[in-house]
Design a protein. Sequence first.
Length: 348
Amino acid sequence: MNRSRSVIGILTAVILAAGLPRLHGQTPNPSIEQQLRSEYQTTRVGTNGTVVGQPGSVIEMQDDGLIAIPASFGAYWYNTLKKGGRIKANAIQHVGQGFSDAFNSKRPLQVGEKLYLTRLDVTPTEIVFEVQSCGACDLSVDPNDPPYRGRLAFQFDKGYLVTADSKQVLETVGRVFGLAASAAAPQPPTAPIPPPGPPAAPLKLPSTYANAQTPADQLQLNADRSFSLQAADETYHGTFVVNGGTIELSIRETGDKTTATIRGSNLSDSSGQTWVLQEQSARAASSGAALQNEDVVKMVKAGFDDAIIIAKISSSKCQFDTSTDALIQLKQSGVSPAVLKAIVGAGK
């Protein structure tokens, strides 16, 4: 009976929190947001909590009471803190199926625990921090533990953030989230130095590489020095340059740069993970098998990025049916205009 009342109370808090209107006509002091973003840099993470690109600031819990749940639920625990008060754990936000599992998996973030800041919002009445536990940079936490997420809304009286002294606001935030000693120069987790590998093989383009640890993560290098990367359930694009035995990739969506070392026919990224060259195209060419309309439809339905499909077409022996009826059927099957253009071009 007590459990039923607690769940009902949580659901009620979720509804009330989601229904709170934002105040209009008042804008927070812009210097507050500028100084917060200057001091606390965010870290981009995927839906499963994997860090994408260069990590931002490492922050450290200075107070207790902030509840978090595993990032795998795609949700967060909503906490609030009123000026001069204590952290209050309100409810789970944005969780559908698995509510009970998420509720039973909650845990408090400990004082001294290190975190990544994944989102920072400033509204007329709130400063909101979304944080995630940082197992890789926190020796006090088991690195095999799943990442946990929580949200804390610093709540202020109406109009306070319009005229408030930014120093006082930063002190309020700093009493909960302090910058860790290493935050001034954040670095990705240090990987063991691998033994010398085979000499770098000449880079053949286009090429597709799959992550040896998570084969669903794939990197496509194109002949025009563009690339597409599927990682952590996200797709990224950009350009790359080759400098001796290294490849430098510039990610368009995040503005980050990362490097990979060419080891034989494979690649090794900055975290020490191996990306294996895929040989499907070479095997298909040697066996005389030609790429056909049905093969393209299979790749589209499997969710491949257009850039990967086009690279496959340009590097394969092709035998496409480019009749009007065939092209109509391809379009109805979900093939994009860019891929249709590559199919027609390959048939010339």
